[in-house]
Design a protein around this ligand. Sequence first.
Ligand code: AMP
Length: 117
Amino acid sequence: MSTPEPTIFERIVARDIPADIVFENDDIIAFRDIAPKAPVHLLVVPKTSEFANIAELANGDPDLLAEIVAVADKLATEQSNGEYRLIFNSGESAGQTVFHVHAHVLSGSLDESSLGR
Ligand code: AMP
């Protein structure tokens, strides 16, 4: 059986490619999105590549999903005013480009463009 190509996020976890990392523990890494859509735009990513999207994660490891939400909330408080939009794109037609589940944390003054409309 062939091994699938690592996603860009697995490569960031492995320090294979650089990222502006703002948080890390045993389960989760968070870093700044390379193409920010808001004054603060972070990605909160589980280190495991087992789950492609939020439904898979919610079914497979709800505690890890709760941990992602807690990290997002903490980082939005540390890096902004504690108010934020949490987005999980699920599926290509919904804008998902990296099929390794991740939360977008958008904070700061948000305009219509950051709503993805
Ligand atoms: P999505 O489109 O929901 O799958 O989100 C993927 C996000 O990853 C996009 O917002 C990209 O800008 C971001 N991204 C892609 N490559 C990198 C990278 N090397 N470092 C930081 N963010 C990245």
